[in-house]
Structures are given as structure tokens and as C-alpha cells.
Design a protein. Sequence first.
Length: 199
Amino acid sequence: MNKEEFYNLLKARRSIRKYKKDPVPKEVLERIFAAAMEAPSGKNRQNWRFYVVQGEKRDEYLKYSQKSWLGIKDILQQRLKPSLYAFTERFFFTLGDAPVLVFAYSHNDAEERYHTSIGSVYMAVENMNLACFVEGLGCCTMGAPLEIKSEVDQFLGVDQLPEYQRGELELLCGIVIGYPDHEPPKAPRQHEGRVTWLK
């Protein structure tokens, strides 16, 4: 890949919220997770932990997705035009028919600063976003599961793990993955005031 192809890849990536119901082959998902785990991490701890939800378990999660919507809908109603708000609400009730849900956790411990640990996981998630695009898939990274964090932990059974009970395992986001069924426009990137140059 040359420089132009790389920068075009970054510009072409979109957050997808409507999917075909076609399943994603396991070998494709394995490549995406391998890409995620190429990310840098603090002290090379590779502290990301991913939980993959499909099939009946995915369908069962919809009621939790709908509940997470309640925590953010009022803010979004103020920010989004009515048609986009309605589209977003439908997404939360169906997750856009995405066949794969992933929940990303950070395994935190006293050997590394908190923000470095969670930052490492988010770098892995960005690798997933780009790998999905290269594989012809779409994805959408969601903070909404954090609205009902403890319920998601219980749903996944994470709350039964010793590291969770020691306060070391923390949900950071959800990612929905599938084959895109729409081509949304990309929001303009805002550059003004984002970078400060010091000499």
C-alpha cells in the first residue's frame, strides 16, 4: 500500500448503521481480531479483551440495546435533525441487523496507568474499524453499552471472572459488524482549532 492508498483508506471509512443479514465468516473475523491485536499497548501488556456475540445471543442483546437508547436519546434529539434521529432510534432497536456484536474490555492493573490501559484498547478498536473496511465489511463503534455497563457485564458473564471481581476488567465500547446495506455520507472533518503548533 502506498501513501495515497493509506490516506484514501482513512477518508473512505464510515460508521455503518444498516447491514445485510448475511453472516460473517469466522476466518474473516479472525483476521479482524488479528489486526486489532497488532495495535500498540502500554508496556506491551496487550490488555484488550474482546467478547463476540452472534446468533441467538445477539438477538437476546437487542433488549439491552433498546434500554441503552434511553440514556442518550434526549441528548441526540437536541443534536440531530428529526429524520436522522428516527434512523438512529431504529438502529438501537435493531442494531441495523448487524450479525456480529463485539464488546471491548480493558484489563487494567496497577502496573500501568489507567488512561494508558484504556487508550491501548481504543487503538486496537481503530485497527478493527480499518480492517473491517478492507474486508468489505462495515462497523460502528458504540459507547451506548456504557449506559448499562453492569447489565452488559452480567449478560456476557464477565462479572463472574476473578479479574472482574478484583475490579480489573472494564467495558469500554461495543462494535457492530456486518456487510453494509447503505452508503452513508461521512461527516465533514473539523480541523479548525484541533491542532496547536508550538515553537
